[in-house]
Design a protein around this ligand. Structure first.
Ligand code: SF4
Ligand code: SF4
Length: 360
């Protein structure tokens, strides 16, 4: 029998079943409003399991462990339940008593073998030019984040943009530790804490003035790391006139932006400063970042479905650019598209690779 903590059960009991959390749930929209794919069903099922009304089955684990971990479900709850926190805490309780789906076992093992939950094929820092190496006391320490190392063009363009903001930028480099964010959302609390502590130690040894993260999940989940997410940092630099935007040559370039789920809208604000860039309004539930790794790895067909649905909306809105803010998401989509940079007549581009040509 599964026993959740008293505080978790108390929080679950406050749910009035209204379904407002479904309104911002990407998986609910992508499944054409299938109740079991939405946030409300996840809360209901966790509550039923905790009250011993259903058995713990593979199917149950599937519902609880597969979503894109966007955290948007807490935005609209009328009674103020932090739905995502409940999902993560219930995952942790299940992991603690040994119930875990295969994908999280894989991520845990991958982290032990390679230092990162995203696993094989990841060699950190291969993109680093010889004259751009880790050093102490930099103005900016660029913490790329695991996925960014799989997209060298994005990593290099992020670095170039940071170098326009401060003279002395240093990367965390090939020994960059994983922040533990992905492990945290899948309920691997102890591994996540250990990863975060390693990273804190690593940052302390390099003693930079500021740490900028290429991954929004790390920056938002762990405030004690005191990282600034790349887009927010660039937004602040524009606001304080450290850098300026350059206009686009062609008039009216329509951009469909897939924002990062854990950022604060900075990418959109930046794009809106670029003359001739027209940012299309997108539904609130459209976002993607490192948290999507779980579904990308465990149910690739669902990730494909999600991408297909979003790209259809983008194409119907007549977009010229299909732009992805978060490097993790850009990498996953690039793999789905097998490296093609055009799709349904739209140019597929990462936000940093676009921005590098429109900033001075
Ligand atoms: S985290 Fe995102 S995908 Fe998961 S249940 Fe909440 S809104 Fe839906
Ligand atoms: S929005 Fe809040 S109260 Fe309504 S179903 Fe979701 S968790 Fe329950």
């Amino acid at each position: 029998m599964v026993k959740f903590s008293r505080s978790l059960m108390k929080e679950l009991s406050r749910c009035i079943g209204c379904g407002a959390c479904n309104i911002s749930c990407p998986m609910f929209h992508v499944s054409d409003f299938k109740e079991t794919e939405g946030a409300r069903a996840r809360i209901k099922l966790i509550s039923m399991l905790g009250n011993n009304k259903i058995d713990l089955t593979e199917e149950f684990l599937g519902y609880i462990f597969t979503c894109i971990n966007c955290g948007l479900c807490m935005d609209l709850c009328p009674v103020g339940i932090d739905v995502f926190d409940i999902i993560v805490k219930s995952r942790s309780s299940l992991v603690d008593i040994g119930y875990v789906p295969l994908v999280t076992v894989d991520m845990r093992d991958a982290r032990r073998r390679t230092g990162s939950p995203i696993g094989e094929g990841l060699t950190k820092g291969v993109w680093l030019p010889p004259d751009f190496q880790p050093e102490k006391n930099a103005d900016i320490l660029f913490f790329a984040g695991c996925w960014v190392h799989t997209a060298p063009d994005v990593a290099i363009n992020m670095s170039k943009i940071l170098q326009k903001i401060a003279p002395n930028v240093a990367p965390a480099g090939p020994n960059e530790p994983c922040c533990g964010g992905l492990l945290y959302v899948i309920g691997e609390r102890d591994s996540a804490e250990e990863s975060k502590e390693n990273l804190l130690k690593f940052i302390k040894e390099l003693s930079p003035k500021v740490v900028v993260s290429g991954c929004s999940l790390c920056a938002s989940l762990f405030p004690d790391l005191e990282m600034k997410y790349f887009s927010s940092f660039v937004d602040e630099a524009l606001e304080s006139n450290k850098i300026k935007t350059k206009s686009m040559k062609r008039k009216k370039n329509k951009i469909f932006l897939i924002r990062s789920c854990h950022s604060n809208g900075a990418a959109r604000r930046i794009l809106e400063r670029i003359k001739n860039a027209v940012v299309i309004d997108t539904p609130n539930w459209i976002c993607c970042d490192c948290g999507a790794t779980l579904i990308y790895q465990s149910e690739p067909e669902k990730f494909d479905e999600w991408f297909k649905k979003i790209s259809e909306i983008a194409s119907d809105s007549d977009a010229d650019y299909f732009m992805i803010e978060e490097p993790a998401c850009y990498s996953m989509i690039s793999k789905v598209l097998e490296g093609k940079n055009k799709y349904k007549g739209m140019k597929i581009i990462s936000f940093p690779s676009f921005l590098v040509n429109h900033i001075s």
